[in-house]
Design a protein around this ligand. Structure first.
Ligand code: SF4
Ligand code: SF4
Length: 475
């Protein structure tokens, strides 16, 4: 049987909610998946708030913050890793690897990232927890909608927004810590000495957190995020996405009627139409209507339905992490087949391993020093009054290490006289730690000389010999 995967029933619900001004108000739920989600929430929030304060000793001339995006100096530090702008290809490789891992998890378990670890989910969960603690669970919050304001309600609303703002400011403040020395900035906060730029970014991050987690919530996952759009291309009927075992749940009926039917030896569906699975859904989906691209695979409806089944003495798993293929098999009364390992997942895993290998080798092959040469473009060559020809170059020596290095520059390939502007004696060039040195170099050769030139920079201790090629041209 062909299946049409719809995003529309979530969209319709969200639109209807927007039209009536009634937001999706998810109910609290208990169960193993909810507990796992709390654990992941705690872990991810801890990582976010603690990481900027971790220290990493890189020597006297480098910052000691373990994770730092130092835009001012064009550096990215992550523990033992230090990336320069020249290493952008490694960052690109890491992004490609992350995307491939995301596609692999999608092939294994659908939008697992969205349901468990995406910052939008984590912060929305936290904001919902605060809302629930202050205003009560779903029933009370629904009752509050549209009722006249009382002193109690004003206090509740003020308390909720104050708590949300506090979390947002803490989030905004923490994100800034990743871009500068965290303890220094914290001292700046304490003494009130923070720059307008820092303050502006904190306000931007605070506003974004408050708006996205407090108000936009499921709208981000349904309408703003590109991932549900991509599901149309990468949705996999063998992935373990959250699905409703309709062959077991239908015809849905009340618990009482179902018990009567069973007593009479007649079939009865396990779904008692209690609506718990819809009530707990943070997106507002009724998963019984079929697979849905907007479903973030958070599994809260699984916990809710398992709780109902436990009370009714029915087996768990009416809603479950199950492949669509197995749902179709179930409809035909065929046994389920587990195909986590299949050509697609093997291929994606191999791609991830290969990419990780290439990135590791490329990272290991990086040197702490480099030499680059750029030929002057306009003019490429100058003819002097004595008939000789001069070419000019910009030669760059880069020292990524924590100690200074001295290099002697020489040139080979064509017979030409080298001169370094400002360094007539061709003395060794010192490059400071974590710095680069740019030199203007000219080569002068008799007429009718042209060809490849090789610049060589020899480190004084002999530890490194760097080379770079270019051309010598007549005109
Ligand atoms: S929670 Fe389970 S029993 Fe209740 S409506 Fe949903 S699927 Fe049916
Ligand atoms: S349908 Fe279930 S798994 Fe999907 S978003 Fe809603 S609660 Fe989460």
């Amino acid at each position: 049987m062909a299946v049409t995967i719809e995003i529309d029933h979530a969209r319709t619900r969200a639109k209807a909610a927007a039209a009536t001004g009634q937001p999706v108000v998810p109910q609290a739920v208990k169960g193993p998946i909810r507990r796992l989600k709390w654990a992941i929430l705690l872990l991810t929030l801890s990582i976010n708030y603690v990481t900027p304060f971790l220290r990493w000793d890189r020597g006297a001339n480098a910052p000691d913050q373990a994770v730092l995006l130092d835009f001012a100096n064009g550096r990215l530090y992550a523990f033992f890793i230090e990336l320069w702008p020249q290493d952008l290809y490694l960052v690109t490789g890491l992004l490609v690897l992350a995307s491939t891992i995301l596609i692999l998890t999608n092939a294994l378990g659908g939008r697992l990232w969205c349901g468990f670890a995406c910052p939008q989910t984590v912060w929305t969960d936290l904001f919902l927890l605060v809302e629930r603690l202050i205003e009560g669970d779903r029933r009370q919050r629904l009752k509050n909608i549209g009722t006249p304001l009382t002193a109690k309600r004003v206090i509740e609303i003020a308390a909720k927004h104050a708590a949300w703002l506090l979390i947002s400011v803490a989030t905004g403040g923490t994100l800034i810590f990743y871009f500068t020395d965290a303890p220094d900035l914290l001292r700046g906060f304490a003494s009130g000495e923070i720059s307008a730029t820092v303050l502006t970014w904190i306000l931007v991050f605070t506003g974004t957190t408050y708006g996205l987690a407090g108000f936009a919530r499921e709208q981000v996952c349904t309408f703003m995020c590109p991932w549900p759009r991509l599901q149309g291309a990468i949705w996999d009927p063998e992935a373990y996405t959250v699905n409703y075992r309709d062959y077991r749940g239908e015809q849905r009926t009340s618990a009482k009627k179902a018990a009567e039917l069973r007593l009479q030896g007649k079939p009865a569906g396990d779904c008692v139409d209690c609506g718990q699975c819809v009530a707990v859904c943070p997106i507002g989906i009724d998963i019984r209507e079929g697979p849905n691209f907007a479903c973030i695979n958070c599994g809260l409806c699984v916990d809710a339905c398992d709780g109902v089944m436990a009370k009714l003495g029915r087996p768990r798993g009416l809603i479950d992490y199950e492949s669509w293929k197995n749902i179709e098999r179930g409809r035909r009364a065929e046994p389920a087949v587990n195909r986590l390992v299949r050509p697609k997942t093997i291929g994606l895993t191999a791609a991830c391993v290969a990419l990780a290998g290439v990135i590791t080798v490329a990272f290991g092959a990086r040197t702490t020093a480099s030499l680059s040469v750029q030929h002057d473009r306009d003019p490429v060559a100058v003819r002097l009054s004595n008939g000789s020809v001069r070419n000019a170059y910009t030669v760059k020596l880069l020292n990524k290490s924590a100690s200074p290095h001295r290099y002697t520059l020489s040139v080979g390939g064509v017979t030409a006289k080298m001169a370094i502007v400002g360094n007539d004696a061709l003395a060794p060039i010192e490059v400071a730690p974590d710095a680069s040195e740019s030199l203007r170099v000219t080569l002068t050769a008799p007429e009718h000389v042209q060809g490849d030139v090789v610049f060589t920079a020899r480190e004084e201790s002999g530890a490194a010999v760097l080379t770079a090629r270019d051309k010598f041209v007549e005109r």
